[in-house]
Design a protein around this ligand. Structure first.
Ligand SMILES: [Zn+2]
Length: 161
């Protein structure tokens, strides 16, 4: 390892609502509800984007992709992640690893974790072994426990190229 190592954190939450697709880590998950938001509302990918931007001290997702901008209406958040990856590369950063946790009471996400890791790794141009995704619940407490929303936390480290 040669260059500087930097760490960043990200957090995101979106409300669950009927009539939307549930997309987490770029993977469509069969469920009766989906996350509401301006883009596809992929809370996991958004938390990862914020962690990457935080590590590079390059602002946050809202400053790069303002909600209300028609270019980003219902856009796949993987495309946003790709743009951030390119900006990081331009600034001399390389993604070292990602560790993320989704907090959702329902649905059960375990069967989709591997697909999410592979998809996120592919999008970031890193190996699946550098991407960790975990799923947790809030033990029926609070808005997540009542099934009103899904949250995601992420940590990312970047290495200077
Ligand atoms: Zn979001």
């Amino acid at each position: 390892m040669s260059g500087k190592l930097r760490v960043g954190t990200g957090y995101d939450v979106h409300p669950l609502t009927a009539g939307r697709s549930l997309v987490l880590g770029g993977i469509k998950i069969p469920f009766e509800k989906g996350l509401a938001g301006w883009s596809d509302a992929d809370a996991l990918t958004h938390a990862i984007i914020d962690a990457l931007l935080g590590a590079a001290a390059m602002g946050d997702i809202g400053s790069h992709f303002p909600p209300g901008d028609p270019r980003y209406k219902d856009i796949s958040s993987l495309l946003l992640l790709e743009k951030i990856r390119d900006e990081l590369t331009k600034n001399g950063w390389q993604v070292n690893n990602i560790d993320a946790t989704i907090v959702a009471e329902k649905p059960r996400l375990r069967d989709f974790i591997e697909q999410m890791r592979e998809q996120l790794g592919r999008t970031l141009g890193i190996n699946v072994s550098q991407v960790s995704v975990k799923a947790s619940t809030s033990n029926q407490l609070g808005f997540i426990g009542r099934g009103e929303g899904i949250a995601a936390y992420a940590v990312a480290t970047l290495e200077e190229k």
